[in-house]
Design a protein around this ligand. Structure first.
Ligand SMILES: Nc1ncnc2c1ncn2[C@@H]1O[C@H](COP(=O)(O)OP(=O)(O)OP(=O)(O)O)[C@@H](O)[C@H]1O
Ligand SMILES: [Mg+2]
Length: 426
């Protein structure tokens, strides 16, 4: 579990510090203020690798570079099952690298990172960690599994014509033919990640989609009673399917590796998810965070899940209101103030609905209306506050408001009652 991050002279702000909650951590802030950057650093702190260095096809997950010529530092601490690890890393310009711990670092458990461009990365303590050979610790395993968006579906090649992962299409089809535990888990995970039992994602029959592709293609059963090839499914559904597959694959392979090594499976899992709402309809946005916090229960008992996620969605913020617990959860908000990026851990207050979240500190909007209507309402409010207004001015504004706003609009209601009072006073 990631506990603490602090950096100096790296990224968009001269300095940042975060004390993470042990369960849910939300990151909000305008475009370009450092949410993805923070997630990249969180991944690196736990795994010591930059995703794009392992897989150059990635457009996300690049190595963090110092902001100015001065010294740059990243400090982090995380707890593992047996110990807590803290480290201060400095940037060595000559080596173009961050200093690392000598010897075997602590083991943070499973770390999964879903990046905003659809890439995924996994660090598995059994498959990517150091191993002991002739009494010595050696680090010669695959450093992490880092998938470009296409590799999630088509497979991740290893060295010398090997495959590190078969990819969703082959694995899903294989699991479906085996009819074993993996298929059962996939179905369960898909169900948990679906927004409701009515809109539950369910595997359909295998099919073929091209004479030039010999793979049996999994399908998803659509509510209109049609099986759609997974590669033809909508972006939102593909995002959920990729997440579900990635979770099941990770867990199945982790268990296999644990068995081969004669060691127990881990109970600690950190999910780093950028733009958690990406491609999801509001109905799905409302259920994704609670679903991810509970999904590991379908795969294993006693999992301790830490979720660190960036969001631009007011619905995501509204969706966590019933479960947010300041003892174990945290909300970090990035703002641009006096020409600086500032990060704050904010107290979580309930706002009730998504529209109220939009005008909260999380998103800093003046209103949730169109810009044009927001200006019109500001003009109307300003007109009402003037000590003297003519009847003609009021009537003109009234017409504009009636044309622009819906008949049940809250502002129109207030406007009418104030105008009525004014008329009576005349
Ligand atoms: N690898 C890096 N090294 C140094 N600085 C970086 C790196 N990546 C990003 N930054 C800095 O962080 C800033 C914010 O980028 P980031 O992608 O984290 O924004 P974001 O908050 O995720 O925005 P969006 O909401 O648009 O995704 C960049 O403008 C840049 O200053
Ligand atoms: Mg981002």
């Amino acid at each position: 579990m990631l506990k603490h991050l602090k950096f100096h002279n790296v990224g968009p702000s001269p300095a940042m510090e975060l004390e993470f909650g042990k369960r849910l951590n939300l990151l909000t802030g305008d475009n370009g203020l450092g949410k993805s950057f923070l997630l990249d650093i969180a991944w690196w702190s736990l795994t010591r690798k930059w995703p794009a260095e392992i897989n150059p096809k990635l457009t996300a997950g690049k190595k963090a570079l110092p902001a100015t010529d001065g010294d740059a530092k990243i400090s982090f601490s995380f707890s593992s099952k047996s110990k807590e690890e803290s480290y201060d890393s400095t940037y060595l310009r000559k080596e173009q690298a961050w200093t690392g711990l000598a010897g075997r670092p602590a083991n943070p458990g499973l770390v999964l990172y879903a990046m905003s461009d659809g890439s995924f990365a996994l660090w598995d303590p059994h498959r990517n960690y150091w191993r002991t050979q002739d009494g010595l610790d050696v680090q010669d395993r695959t450093p992490a599994y880092v998938f470009s968006p296409a590799e999630v579906w088509d497979g991740l090649p290893g060295k010398d014509n090997t495959w590190l992962c078969n990819g969703l299409v082959r694995d899903w089809a294989g699991w479906q033919k085996e009819k074993g535990a993996s298929l059962k888990h996939l179905k369960e995970v898909l169900k948990v990640l679906s927004p409701s039992s009515k809109e539950s994602l369910e595997p359909g029959d295998l099919t073929r989609i091209s004479l030039d592709d010999v793979r049996d293609m999994p399908t998803i059963r659509m509510p209109y009673q049609q099986d759609v090839a997974v590669v033809h499914a909508s972006s939102g559904m593909r995002r959920i399917m990729a997440l579900a597959y990635f979770l099941v694959w990770t867990w199945e392979e982790h268990k296999q590796a644990a068995k081969q090594l004669g060691e127990p499976a881990t109970t600690q899992i950190t999910f780093l998810i950028d733009e958690i709402e990406s491609h999801l309809h509001p109905g799905w946005q409302r259920s994704i965070v609670p679903a991810l916090l509970s999904v590991m229960e379908k795969l294993t008992k006693n999992a301790e899940v830490q979720l660190i996620t960036a969001t631009h969605s007011p619905l995501i913020m509204a969706s966590v209101e019933p479960l947010f617990d300041s003892e174990q959860d945290a909300w970090f908000d990035l703002d641009f103030e006096r020409k600086k990026v500032v990060l704050r851990r904010r107290g979580f207050e309930k706002h009730g609905d998504a529209a109220s979240w939009l005008v909260s500190e999380a998103f800093d909007l003046k209103s949730s209306r169109s810009l044009e209507y927001e200006r019109l309402i500001e003009d109307a409010a300003e007109l009402l506050e003037r000590p003297q207004t003519s009847r003609a001015q009021i009537e003109k504004m009234h017409k504009k408001l009636i044309d622009a706003l819906g008949p049940k609009d809250e502002f129109l209601f207030r406007w009418r009652s104030i105008c009525d009072k004014k008329r009576r006073a005349e």
